[in-house]
Design a protein around this ligand. Structure first.
Ligand code: UTP
Ligand code: MG
Length: 588
């Protein structure tokens, strides 16, 4: 926790930043301020009008004048309705416009962050930043700054009318105001704490639910429903408690306010009636002051709530700003744009650690000539996937150079680098959408014919055609309505359709039936034809087709050579791995 005064500075800084977001909508902002000023007068003039009607018209039997006053009164009521309508509407327009822009900003920023951010941040947190925290910023405008400004102006306007009408009665009203302010302040502080508590509990419940729903299969598989339900009940109980706790303060605050108002009213009547007897206070003032009192207390009472909303909005804003001010983007200083590459890949003494400390790749050296195929093999965790992660610059390397066609990949523009390399990852990720969407990734420039041609080329067409709707078959989230083999074939088409110069394939380890296996095998052969390919291979057939095999162990290259060369080495890593993996003794 930060010390309080520091916190207040922070709030002001954040508030300034939030207000700055409204710059493109400065006209709407100015209009809202103008409406707030008008509203302060038209909303609070009514008691004054009533007092005037009583003193100057009713007591003086001026019926015509009274009628005129009544019309003026009605006009003010209508004006108030109208001004308030525009104020509410336009402060929402302002808030919504600001957060509409902000959401895009957050989304685009998140897209540009290094993968490490996603490795370290729970998905739920990023979603909360883009959705609910941004939503809370809307309230800074609608409930916070503008309404509070309007309320404070209103209070001054009421006090002005009151003093003008009768300073004596005003002083009587002000006597109870300090009590009201103290009560409001205490309430604000208490409610703030309990609201933070409520928010925390919501967030705990959200993350629990999110994880449970994603892992439902495991829960049901292991009959863990009871334990999980118990955990949920506990979280739910805490959430309810937090809510009740917050409500308790309201339950105390409102009656206290009633009492203070009642005391104020009693004082007013007492002093007022004596004033009437000794002619220091007019009947009109006596009648209108209870109305003033009501009008004065209402914004004071509400300001506590609004202040909390404002503060919660600022907390949310602070979190959003922290996210969009994060600087861990992938540096794209490269300027070289290459339209055509031959596809010569070279690693020079490359070392890499995800966390800058534990090196998972150590001094890797290899050269792969254009149009050749390199198979990388090695036990699990040996660093195979890491090699392809750095080739595409998903993560920055700490040492060495990666060179494609004599150019350090750092010097290539990120876009230019990535359009040349297609990757098929170990875990295929499919989005919610049609097969076609998943292949083109919603790139309109790709035409349907090309996609079908590519899919025919690798032999995925027959299976896709058989799906209900063919290429328009709707894939559900993450591809759960397709088999593993089918998902893989789609990801192959996705890679082929961009016609990459370098193809990287992280073979999935899961076994599939022999028929699909042969389809996939055929597809892989087609994919690696005529282009530089790096394959993290688990299949014997793929490995055998490779021009070169590189064996990794604990982040180091331990052997390189062709299958025939490596298999000769009786105690070599490759031979051992090969025997283990394919459970057969090798005849040389
Ligand atoms: P790899 O993911 O490169 O291993 O992780 P691999 O060879 O491909 O393994 P399989 O065959 O797919 O199972 C290499 C090391 O990097 C660490 C892992 O803990 C592993 O020890 N690692 C991986 C990270 O630290 N962070 C990551 O995001 C991924
Ligand atoms: Mg891997």
């Amino acid at each position: 926790m930060q010390p309080d005064n520091q916190k207040q500075d922070l709030d002001l800084v954040v508030l300034a930043k939030v207000l700055k977001l409204s710059k493109p909508y400065i006209k709407i902002f100015a209009f809202c301020i103008f409406l707030a000023v008008v509203m302060a007068v038209v909303a609070n003039i009514r008691p004054f009008l009533i007092g005037t009607m009583v003193d100057d018209y009713i007591f003086k039997n001026d019926m015509d004048g009274l009628k005129k006053m009544a019309i003026i009164y009605i006009l003010f009521v209508l004006a108030n309705v109208l001004v308030r309508y525009f104020f509410i509407y336009y402060s929402q327009v302002l808030g919504q416009s600001v957060i509409k822009d902000l959401r895009v900003k957050v989304f685009e920023h998140v897209q540009s962050l290094k993968l490490r951010y996603f490795d370290q941040t729970p998905v739920g947190r990023t979603i909360t930043r883009t959705i609910s925290d941004v939503q809370a910023i809307n309230e800074i405008f609608t409930q916070g700054v503008l309404t509070m400004f309007a309320d404070i102006l209103g209070i001054f306007a009421i006090l002005g009318f009151m003093f003008y009408h009768s300073w004596r009665l005003t002083l009587v009203c002000l006597a109870t105001l300090p009590l009201m302010i103290i009560a409001t302040y205490i309430f604000k502080e208490k409610v703030k704490v309990s609201f933070q508590n409520v928010r925390n509990q919501i967030s705990i419940m959200n993350s629990f639910l999110q994880e449970q729903i994603s892992g439902m299969q495991i829960v049901q598989m292991f009959n863990a429903e009871k334990q999980e339900a118990k955990k949920f009940k506990e979280i739910n109980r805490k959430y309810t408690e937090a809510n009740l706790n917050a409500i308790e303060y309201y339950a105390i605050f409102y009656p206290v306010v009633e009492i203070i108002s009642a005391v104020g009213l009693a004082l007013l009547i007492w002093v007022g009636s004596r004033g009437i007897w000794n002619h220091t206070i007019s009947a009109g003032a006596f009648i209108s002051f209870p109305l003033y009192l009501n009008m004065l207390f209402r914004p004071v009472r509400m300001i506590a709530d609004k202040f909390n909303t404002l503060q919660m909005g600022l907390v949310a804003a602070d979190r959003v700003f922290k996210l969009i001010e994060r600087d861990d983007k992938i540096r794209d200083y490269g300027e070289v744009v290459k339209d055509n590459i031959r596809g010569n890949v070279k690693f020079e003494d490359v070392s890499f650690a995800y966390d800058e400390k534990t090196f998972v790749l150590k001094n890797i050296n290899f050269e792969l000539e254009a149009h050749k195929t390199l198979a990388i093999v090695g036990s699990t965790g040996s660093g195979k996937t890491s090699i392809i992660n750095i080739l595409n610059r998903f993560y920055p390397i700490q040492k060495g150079r990666i060179i494609i066609d004599n150019i350090d990949i750092k010097k290539l523009k990120l876009n230019s680098l990535r359009t040349k390399i297609a990757m098929v990852l170990q875990d295929v990720f499919l989005f919610n959408g049609t097969v076609m969407d998943n292949i083109t990734l919603r790139d309109d420039t790709m035409d349907r014919g090309e996609v079908i041609k590519a899919s025919k080329e690798i032999g995925a067409h027959p299976f896709i055609e058989k799906l209900p709707g063919g290429y328009d078959f709707k894939i559900t989230e993450r591809g759960s309505n397709l088999s593993m083999g089918q998902r893989q074939l789609i990801s192959f088409v996705r890679a082929l359709v961009i016609n990459p110069d370098i193809l990287i394939l992280d073979e999935a380890t899961s076994s599939i039936d022999t028929e699909t296996e042969s389809i996939i095998q055929y597809a892989i052969e087609k994919l690696i034809e005529k282009r530089t390919s790096i394959i993290i291979a688990h299949r014997l057939s793929t490995i055998r087709h490779a021009d070169k095999i590189m064996v990794l162990d604990k982040g180091e290259v331990v052997e390189t050579g062709s299958h025939d060369e490596l298999i000769q080495n009786m105690n070599g890593h490759y031979r051992t791995l090969y025997e283990k993996q394919f459970e057969q003794s090798v005849e040389v």
